[in-house]
Ligand binder design. Structure first.
Ligand SMILES: *[C@@H]1O[C@H](CO)[C@@H](O)[C@H](O)[C@H]1NC(C)=O
Ligand SMILES: *[C@@H]1O[C@H](CO)[C@@H](O)[C@H](O)[C@H]1NC(C)=O
Ligand SMILES: [Ca+2]
Ligand SMILES: [Ca+2]
Length: 178
């Protein structure tokens, strides 16, 4: 556990708001995204994909936007480098993550579908990444792959991406969310 991570957790525990939090840090990839770029009678090209990540602490429809990945251009199988962090009360079975995928374009971006994943499924997937089919994808197919580090323990990382390259977009805990 990094010093900063330890201090954040120690502060939360010392404040007595939460007895035990499981820290989940996730990275997203997509697989088999269809081509979404059509230009000027040229062939259809792979998308310039990015993901918007939302977090719902409970099973109410109360999603918070956590952040957005970088755009990985011309790629049907992007491995986004960003890390998104969530603190989940131990044993919580209702917290969920939603990833909404877009193809960046000069004009309006194309919606590529979304996937919802229970944080509990990510926590219990030790040793494996979690894969979900994209829902509502206009061109069908496509999957979202979640790789995770739980309480500082690496679960799985795709070959050509890694936590060491990651930018930490969001380290605030649920307790400090306003
Ligand atoms: C993560 O750490 C917290 C605090 O030590 C602990 O209560 C919890 O059980 C851990 N979660 C997992 C999934 O190991
Ligand atoms: C955990 O579960 C309760 C509902 O039982 C919910 O109110 C709470 O916000 C949940 N979320 C997290 C992240 O612990
Ligand atoms: Ca497009
Ligand atoms: Ca595009």
């Amino acid at each position: 556990m990094g010093r900063a991570t330890f201090l954040v957790l120690a502060t939360i525990l010392a404040a007595g708001c939460v007895s035990a939090l499981t820290r989940v840090e996730i990275m997203l990839s997509a697989r088999d995204l269809p081509d979404y770029d059509i230009c000027c009678s040229s062939p259809v090209l792979p998308p310039d994909g990015y993901a918007v990540v939302y977090f719902a602490p409970s099973n109410l429809d109360d999603y918070f936007e956590e952040g957005t990945t970088t755009i990985l251009s011309n790629n049907n199988n992007p491995n986004w480098p960003e890390v998104f962090s969530f603190n989940v009360a131990e044993g919580n079975t209702t917290a969920r993550l939603r990833a909404v995928l877009w193809d960046s374009d000069v004009d309006d971006d194309d919606y590529m579908g979304s996937a919802e994943i229970n944080i509990a499924d990510i926590i219990s997937a030790f040793g494996h990444s979690v894969t979900r089919s994209l829902q509502g994808a206009p061109k069908g197919d496509g999957k979202v792959v979640v790789t995770a580090r739980v309480n500082g323990t690496l679960v799985h990382v795709p070959v050509d991406s890694g936590f060491r390259h990651a930018r930490h977009l969001n380290y605030k805990s649920l307790n400090t969310r306003t």
